[in-house]
Each structure stands twice: as C-alpha cells, then as structure tokens.
Design a protein around this ligand. Sequence first.
Ligand SMILES: Nc1ncnc2c1ncn2[C@@H]1O[C@H](COP(=O)(O)OP(=O)(O)O)[C@@H](O)[C@H]1O
Ligand SMILES: [Mg+2]
Length: 357
Amino acid sequence: MPHLIPIDVLQRCLGHVRHGFTIVDARQPDQPLLYVNKAFELLTGYSSEELIGRNCRLLQGNDCNQEGVKTIRAAREAGQPVRVTMRNYHKDGTLFWSDMSLTPIIDEFGVLTHYIGVQEDVTGQRKERVRILRQQRQLQVLAERLMRTEAAERQKLACEVHDQVGQTLALCRMQLGELTRDLGGAEIPPSLGAVCGLVEAALKDTRSLMAELSPPLLRELGLAAALQNMGEQQAQRFGLVVRVSVGLDGKPLPEKVTQLVFRSARELVINVGKHAAAQVVQVGLHVDAGELVLTVEDDGKGFRTRRQVEAADGGFGLWSIRERAVYMGGGLKVSSRVGKGTHVVLRLPLAPKRRNS
Ligand SMILES: Nc1ncnc2c1ncn2[C@@H]1O[C@H](COP(=O)(O)OP(=O)(O)O)[C@@H](O)[C@H]1O
Ligand SMILES: [Mg+2]
C-alpha cells in the first residue's frame, strides 16, 4: 500500500507551486475545472470561485481558432499528453502567452477521469524570441543588400578601369606602335622599348584587375570555367597549388546560386592564401541530394574556429558567406584544427527553400 498524503497537505503544497496548476474533471459534460492553485489565479486574474465549474476555454476568449487549440483537441482525442504555447487572456482582457502541459489521468479500470494542467506565462520569452527573429531577419536582409551593393560597385569599378585607364593605355600602345613603325626598321631606342614593355604590363594588370573586380567568365563561360580561372589567378598571386574539380551535370544553376558559390570559393581560397600558410588547396563542387556542395580544403596551419566565431572583431568573410547561405536555406560548416588544415563546406539547396521564421 503506497503511503497516502493527507488531502489538506497536498492542497497546501499545490498552493505553493510556482506554476499554474489545474485539475479538470473529465467525466462531467464540458469537462469543468475542479481545482486551480494560487499561481493559476494570479496568472489569469480570475479567482478560484470564478473558475471552478467552468471549462478552460474561458481563457481563450474569442481567440479559439488558434493552432494550440487544435493541437490540444487532437491530443485529447488520441488520449495523449500535450504541451503547447498558446494565446490566453487575463480577466481584464489583456493577452498573455501561456506555455501549457496537459496530461490525461486514467484510473485503474482504464477510464479517463481527469486532466492535470501545468501552465506558465511565457509572454516575456515570446517577445524576446520575436525580437531576436526580427533582428536575424534584418541581418539577413542587410547581408543580401551588401552582397548586391558589392557586386554593383565591383562592376562599376571594372567598367571604369576598362573605360578610363584601359582605353588610355590601349591608345598609348597604338601610338607607340606608330612611333615604332615611323622608325622604319631603324634600331628601337632602349627607352622606347622599355616604355612599350611598361604599357604592355600595365594593360595586363588592368585586365586582371577587371577580372578580379567583376569576373566576366562567370556570365560568359559559366561557373566551372570561372572557378578554374579564379584558381589559376589566386595560385599565381599567393604561390599556392590550387586544384579545382567541378562535377556538375550541366544543368543550369540559378544566377543567385552561381554568384554566391563563385564569391564564396574566391573568399575561401583567398583566406587560404592570406591566413593558412598552406601549400595546396583543393576546391570541389558537386551536387549531393538536391544540394550544391562547395568544398575548400587546405593543408595549412588551421585555426580555432570557436574562438574566431566568438571574437567581437571576427572576420567579415566567413560571416557573410554563412549569412547568405542560411538566407538561401543552406549552411556553412568550417572544420579546422591548429596544425591540421581547414575544411570548409558550403551547401546550397538547388530548389528554392527559405528559412522558416
Ligand atoms: N583557411 C584558413 N586557415 C587558417 N585560418 C583561417 C582560414 N580561413 C579563415 N581563417 C581565420 O579566420 C578568420 C576569419 O576569416 P574571414 O571571416 O574570412 O575574415 P578575414 O579574412 O577578413 O580575416 C581569419 O582572420 C583567420 O584567422
Ligand atoms: Mg577572409
């Protein structure tokens, strides 16, 4: 025989429970409240006299068409316990968010006799969550806008380099060519030869600057060629071996995706050049389970990813890739160990998928 607690002791104890506690009589029509504790009175603004004998839906006011109500109904029909967060109303009509657990109590004959409810006001947490979600969304919008502004600015700069410096240099080259021809086979003075060489070098520099600023290959030849080209450029720039392997089935990818993959690959390879002291970097791009997967792996010195993420002055590159990826329904995973290199995986869904809020 289990030890029985005297009813008055039990009642006194429940009166001190911090959460709202209720017992519903499930055998009576319309399942009225049989007991409410002090915390429940404080939570709702109703006295126990006003509550006992009434159904809990009193707290829903006219707001019965909410998800939580449907969830509770389904759980009741299935004879299952349930926990929901739902809108409730104080006696004075003000709204509060209630986190409620409802558990069916079955007697020794298998008959449902009561429900017990435990309830807590979570309005504060709910507001905080909404505020955080709103801020997250603002951040994503900001990241997206930044990406677009950056692309537009790069393109503008590339055009200016082409139209101003590039044109002037091309003109210089033409005139130098005429000058050389005017010499009519006579020996070209060394200073003229040197100027010709300098102009050629400057023209080459403007071309690679234009390609850096706004890669025309991405639009003209597609992602695979643009990645190869980027790999060659960064290999030269940082004295690295860059291996690029692309395994796509040739299906056209949305421009937003190709832009993000290209820019991310470029940022990640530049990161290797700038920070990793690596010898080899492998860039891979393939499709896996409906996702485009970009991997960038190096054999460099690695870094403490946690410290990096937590640092207030943490870099912008990885942050902005992650934000853009998450905005598009994908993600970024950076695995790195000091002395063991870094492995970065960017996943982007091919079919549009937006984060749920
Ligand atoms: N491949 C890598 N190898 C070693 N350290 C890296 C690598 N990639 C990133 N890091 C570290 O992470 C930091 C953040 O990178 P990032 O967000 O791109 O910012 P930034 O390149 O502007 O510093 C870098 O400053 C560097 O310390
Ligand atoms: Mg960087």
